[in-house]
Design a protein around this ligand. Structure first.
Ligand code: NAD
Ligand code: IPM
Ligand code: MN
Length: 349
């Protein structure tokens, strides 16, 4: 929360591919609402290829000095090992300890639903993805790389602290936002060490929330049910990798990945907001990318900065544009990125 007498400082990292194009639309929305100072950071594949620097030594400190971070997408075919994205995107999640990846999945218009016979009433849930450990911890190694004897090991890290804080956050969110149900999903039938910890902690935490119906599904079954019967889901909590995968399914359920927004949070600290999609290299520079995921992510940022009225205005403006069909081609419209941004901006005023 930022005191109202001070302009909040927002770090803007447009990134790669379509990142700069969609972020520009989100920035136009933020400019229209006012009250923010936006600082641009050039960290990207271009910057890395030109300078050899992914993120400067004091980069995370610079970000900590801001009230929030808005980021586009990172990923470029010229950086096949993804070194810059690891430092800029994953590095920020880790360095700023942004342990909650909050990814709401809400269908804004029945016409956008890819599932036969489903409506907005069926697609409205939130995913809490653990964001600092799991298979993303970067622990592992390769032996005899590039030979037929190659051995590649990638460890999945599950700590009591990490699992406990994301599960508690999900329950607390369910309680404070009036969600009656929460589902934890893992693969504890096969991953008998790491996911046994998820089972234990989920049981312990649910005992503290007797008013909330707590269920469990294995991730394979949950993936199927997301497609077959998304209406049964309300709050989902899961690990880093499973959360990554099911939120792309969530993107599809909303009409396409371009619609999906997310927040990387550490409650009370500088947090980072980004569309769920990537840099979509084939679309880059063509003014065709859907800016809605980025605009809705800026909306989530306003919420976190204590500006919930403005956040609701953004959501309503987006919903209005979507219902009017004033959207880009990926979601059935005819507009360019810029025109789709205009359609939202017109409804803000
Ligand atoms: P992607 O999300 O870039 O694209 C997947 C599909 O969705 C493509 O068909 C693309 O055209 C479409 N799409 C995505 N965003 C769209 C938008 N805003 N409007 C219209 N269509 C959109 O995923 P990918 O192709 O697997 O990855 C491309 C690069 O992005 C890779 O380098 C990957 O590592 C990176 N990536 C980055 C992030 C991030 O920065 N948060 C997320 C995912 C992928
Ligand atoms: C996301 C992306 C990232 C992730 C990639 C780019 C490392 O897919 O934010 O969903 O896996 O977290
Ligand atoms: Mn992803």
């Amino acid at each position: 929360m930022v005191e109202s007498d001070r302009r909040a400082l927002v770090a803007v990292i447009p990134g790669d591919g379509i990142g700069p194009e969609v972020v520009e639309e989100a920035v136009r929305v933020l400019d229209a609402l006012g009250g923010l100072t936006l600082n641009n950071f050039p960290w990207s594949a271009d910057h890395y290829l030109a300078t050899g620097v992914t993120i400067p030594q004091d980069g995370y400190d610079q970000l900590r000095g801001c009230d929030a971070i808005l980021i586009g997408a990172l990923g470029d075919p010229r950086v096949p090992d993804n070194a810059h994205a690891r430092d800029i995107l994953l590095g920020t999640r880790f360095a700023l300890d942004l342990y909650v990846n909050y990814r709401p999945v809400r269908l804004l218009d029945d016409r956008l639903c890819p599932l036969k016979g489903r409506t907005c009433a069926d697609v409205n849930f939130v995913v809490f993805r653990e964001n600092t450990e799991g298979l993303y911890a970067g622990i592992g190694g390769r032996l005899n790389a590039g030979t037929d004897e190659e051995v590649a090991v990638q460890h999945e890290v599950n700590t009591f602290k990490g699992v406990n804080r994301i599960i508690r956050h999900a329950f607390e969110f369910a309680k404070t936002h009036g969600h009656p149900r929460i589902c934890m999903t893992d693969k504890s039938n096969a991953m008998t060490h790491g996911h046994a910890l998820w089972q234990r902690v989920f049981r312990e935490v649910q005992a503290d929330y007797p008013g909330i119906e707590a269920t469990h599904l294995y991730i394979d079954a949950l993936a199927m049910l997301l497609v077959q019967d998304p209406g049964r889901f309300d709050v989902i909590v899961t690990n880093n990798l499973f959360g990554d995968i099911i939120t792309d399914i969530g993107g599809a359920l909303q009409g396409g990945l371009g619609m999906a927004a997310s927040a990387n949070l550490h409650p009370g600290r500088t947090s980072m907001f980004e569309p769920v999609h990537g840099s979509a290299p084939p679309l880059a520079g063509k003014n065709v990318a859907n800016p809605i995921g980025a605009i809705l992510s800026a909306g989530l940022m306003l919420d976190t900065l204590g500006r919930s009225d403005d956040a609701r205005r953004v959501e309503r403006a987006v919903e209005g544009a979507v219902k009017a069909g004033e959207v880009t081609r990926d979601v059935g419209g005819t507009l360019t990125t810029r025109e789709a941004g205009d359609a939202v901006l017109r409804r803000l005023r």
